[in-house]
Design a protein around this ligand. Structure first.
Ligand SMILES: [Zn+2]
Ligand SMILES: [Zn+2]
Length: 278
């Protein structure tokens, strides 16, 4: 079992230290844990932050190097256990992030970069507080169009190894738009998966939805298109923001993947994918 989407207290919306997560990983039989703390950089928002002990500070290159040091120390500490400790980030993508992001991450030794769309028009659609601000200004089809356009740009940037929670808009969108939010236009989703295959970027089965809305991200209807387009690269993650959620739903996510014809998930070391049979 592996978990490739984990937030520690370094993310301002999460708790639990690297050490605590690693201990829990060993206790629950995980073979790999990949820390993917938030990296939000939008200059129009006030959330480009990272936390060390109790202090929040701007998410700078120096801060990322400090985070790297800590994770590498813990990797060393657990070296003799069966646990592989990976260093990743979950980057909130927006159009135009590329030059700044490249500079920020240059020569930092990441294993895995997860790209996610959290915001549209600088509004977090993945937030209970903010999402309605976006929803009231847009129809469901506009939201889907704009969201997947952002996903296209994310894929084209070729900066990421996998795409996080591909249909995260349904988390709060379902309450607002009802069934309409589940109708993703065929041509858009087919194009997205064709591009992912071509650019060799994975997508994630994220189990946080199981805990929130009793569904995986992405939904079965989207998984069917992935199967149809012959996608192979998938990653799995709990999106844990506290230690007790680590690894939750991963076993079910393997069954879910298998039911759409996948026979493996992928782990990453120094940005290179390794196939893990399921
Ligand atoms: Zn996310
Ligand atoms: Zn996350």
């Amino acid at each position: 079992m592996i978990d490739y989407h984990v937030h520690t207290h370094h993310s301002i919306d999460a708790e639990g230290t690297v050490r605590e997560y690693c201990k829990q990983a060993i206790k629950t039989g995980l073979k790999e844990i990949c820390f993917t703390n938030h990296c939000e950089l939008d200059p129009f928002r006030n959330d480009s932050l990272i936390r060390f002990t109790d202090h929040k500070q701007p998410l700078t290159r120096e801060a990322l190097l400090r985070l790297q040091d800590e994770i590498f120390r813990e990797r060393e500490f657990f070296r003799r256990s069966s646990l592989k400790v990976r260093f990743g980030l979950e980057i909130g993508y927006y159009d135009g992030i590329e030059p700044y992001l490249k500079k920020l991450l240059e020569d930092i030794n990441f294993d895995f970069l997860l790209g996610s769309i959290h915001c549209l028009d600088h509004i977090c659609i993945d937030s209970s507080k903010e999402s309605s601000e976006y929803f009231i200004k847009h129809s469901a089809s506009e939201l889907l169009h704009n969201y997947f356009l952002a996903i296209e740009k994310l894929i084209n940037s070729q900066l990421f190894d996998s795409i996080g929670h591909l249909d995260v808009y349904k988390k709060y969108g379902f309450g607002f738009y009802k069934e309409e939010i589940n109708t993703v236009p065929e041509e858009i989703i087919r194009k997205i998966f064709r591009m992912m295959k071509e650019k060799k970027i994975a997508f994630e089965i994220n189990t946080a939805g199981l805990r929130r809305i009793n569904q995986f991200y992405p939904s079965p209807s989207i998984m069917e298109y992935a199967q149809e387009q012959g996608l192979e690269l998938i990653t799995v993650g709990s999106d844990a923001h506290r230690v007790e959620d680590l690894g939750k739903g991963i076993k079910q996510s393997f069954e879910y993947a298998k039911s759409f014809g996948f026979d493996a998930v992928y782990g990453f070391e120094k940005r290179k994918a390794t196939k893990i049979k399921i």
